[in-house]
Write a protein that binds this ligand. Structure first.
Ligand SMILES: [Zn+2]
Length: 232
């Protein structure tokens, strides 16, 4: 019987590279692979892009409201039979999406490979990752290292060089990258370094107008997605 696989790791652990290598392995054997990604990750458009391999492959984008069993059916109607499904940035899946993928493994007998982060910048499980941990037949962790050479487990969000340790407003998802030139960036860190890092205090926003404006600007440039940040 087909299985639901969840491969997770912090930013910079080559998850997208692994996703594309899995696709390559299947296609080398003459199998068809459906590549999927939720449309809230706006960084690469309709592509799964590996920064490690500097390569990219076109994928099908779907929305938070889509039923993945219907998405698969829509693609099958175009004439292809799929042998595997690969989902990148799987942390953004809804609970329902994960349950639909599980059904696909059981009732369509198609292997599903999900790649994503386990936790958000506030060290909490993403909704999709939580459900994947609960339902996946197989779970695997990819490694990334902290600047101190210890194993990185935290996706630290930095604003103006300071680490944000609590959820900003209602926004537990903030699309970003490790090499971002934006006001905010991500850095894989071990827990000790994260714990000891100088933190960006949300309450400071109430006392500092320039920071308040900067964070409101982030919220407006479509970087805060899915859940809008509350007016601070
Ligand atoms: Zn460290």
């Amino acid at each position: 019987m087909a299985k639901l696989y969840f491969t997770h790791g912090p930013m910079g652990s080559s998850k997208s590279a692994m996703a594309l290598m899995t696709q390559y392995n299947y296609e080398q054997q003459g199998y068809n692979v459906l590549l999927l990604k939720l449309n809230i990750d706006t960084r690469d458009g309709a592509f799964i892009k590996s920064r490690a391999l500097t390569t990219e492959k076109p994928c099908i984008l779907f929305s938070a409201d889509d039923n993945l069993k219907e998405v698969l059916l829509r693609e099958e109607i175009k004439g292809k039979k799929y042998d595997a499904i690969i989902v990148d940035e799987a942390q953004f899946l809804t609970k329902s999406h994960v349950e639909e993928l599980k059904d696909i493994t059981i009732y369509k007998d198609i292997n599903v490979f999900c790649y994503g982060l386990k936790t958000n910048y506030a060290t909490q499980l993403f909704e999709g990752s939580k459900r994947l941990c609960e339902l996946a037949d197989s779970e695997r962790e990819l490694k990334s290292i902290c600047k101190c050479k210890n194993k990185a487990t935290i996706n630290a969000l930095k604003i103006n060089g300071k680490v944000v340790k609590e959820v900003l407003g209602n926004c537990d998802i903030l699309i970003g990258d490790t090499n971002s030139k934006d006001i905010y960036t991500y850095e894989p860190m071990c827990y000790k370094c994260w714990e000891e890092a100088e933190s960006f205090k949300v309450e400071d926003l109430f006392n500092n107008n320039s920071q308040k404006i900067e964070v409101e600007n982030i919220a407006q440039n479509e970087s805060f997605v899915h859940k809008k940040v509350e007016k601070i």
